[in-house]
Design a protein around this ligand. Sequence first.
Ligand code: HEM
Length: 546
Amino acid sequence: MLSELGSNLAIATVLSGTFVVLGSVLSSSWSHYSKVRKAMISTEASPTELFKSSIVRNILLDPWSSVKKRAKAWSFLFRGPQVIQEGYNKANGAPYEVFAPDNRYVLVSSDKHIREIDAAPDSVLSLQAAAKQLIQPKYTMHNFDWFDKRGVDGTPLVRTLRALLTNHIPDILPDIHSATSAIFDQQLDSVPLRDGAKSVPLYPMVKEAVVFSNALAFFGPELAHDKAFLKSATDLIERTLLMAEIIRLVPGCIAHAAGRILTYRYATDKAVHDALLPVVERRLEERAQEKLGHSVAIHKDCIQWIMETSPKTKPWSGDRIVHELMALWFGSVHIVTTTICFAVHDLCLHPEYLEPLRKELQGAQRVGFEKSGKGLLLLDSFIRESARTTPVESMSTRRQALQPFSLSGGWKVDVGEWVCTPVRAMMKDPVYYAEPQEFHGFRFVDPGTLQEFGDGPDFKMPQRGDCAQLTDLDWQFWGTGRMACPGRFYAAAVMKTIIGLFITKYDLQLSEPEKSRWFIWRTSTYPKPSTAVLLRSRLDRIDFDL
Ligand code: HEM
């Protein structure tokens, strides 16, 4: 589906791009012409003076630059990370702008400007509004018309994830571990053994494990074991990506019609909604029964916690809870899957890290991880370095302006435009990281900790003393301040569990290391679903049991 997504988007883009570049040049020329005409009527300026103005010069004398500008905006779809990097290199720490076909983004990287974004009220800069533009929930999430402004009807989701799910991690890790191990065994069973190894496409293998983990954590064991539900819920993610992109790219006047047709033709949101709703309604009923003094089943999952933390004065309806769960599902499965895939690629490319990581996973550190869902410092550093060198996202801290917003120094963000951070470029900047282009899996480990794991190769630590951890908020990976990802502790624990299984169960290498392993769409770098890994079962393995 992801490769289908890539090729469908490419074809749709080339076709609609040609029309829209021409159309938008014509329409922008027309609107500039009208502005000039109005200006001529309303000012004292002579036509000659006005003719010298930049607008007239640009549009009437230099239509070519308008075409170039639009073409560049469309090229953002295929080379977004590069466009952002080029702007970053020129800006020298100052804000700068980039254009996509459907929007203008102002990118900021200094501490001062990032703090200004975080301090702006939700009624001025909104993460929710940016997310709404990104995934078009009205069409992709069963008509979910969420609020632009955060917390209008409470923020039970943030409390659910940040506190309740985080505390619950040690309880669910053993199930996630054993289910993932079984998923891996099953996937390998269907593949022939050649020269002692099996070649398995990595992305579907990881996706199945993440889908199970998140379904268990969010919806509970009943739905996590329902294969038909998991299939629809998995399709929902990739179709949402595809549909939202098409709706964003077609001209505004036909976006609604396109949305309706796509919903009718491709959507799986109804199936997911209809499977979740009775479960949620049953929970609401149980809560009512409990209030009357009846004893009811105990559930520990996000359905239950969102219900319990929703505002007492105006509790959320079943439908509202389901919509929130669907958005949570979409936002979490994909990013965790892709981040794990790149970390596994890095394990294949840097096999010298495997032995110390195995020692850690089979030693005393593991006990701490089982109890708290935290720790495993070598693996933590390896994942952080992998995400630093190959981040899925090139933009973070996205905020859409609901009112005009000005940054200190004069940069303006108009209503509808976004302000965000160039996370990928920042993570490759020598200002923040020594030898930023090089991969050093134990960059963030304290040398004493590394020594405990013995006499392996002499790992280079270009940033001695920097013991930053995966879940720390100093690197834009999880966003900024009060909006920073509330699911990061869960995400880190699941990533360590799944990557830990690859490390302890297999010797691994890329099947075709010379082939490209990713493709770009807008600001995202996606692992190619066809990339396969050669897995050799480690007969002498002591499994990383939980
Ligand atoms: C590698 C995995 C993940 C990454 C890189 C990631 C990254 C992010 C980022 C960059 C933001 C925006 C923060 C901002 O703009 O300031 C965010 C928000 C969010 N994330 Fe994650 N995330 C991940 C996994 C998860 C998971 C597994 C969950 C759920 C368990 C989750 C739930 C959320 C929610 C609900 C928000 C919105 C927070 C709000 O509205 O205040 N994320 N995440």
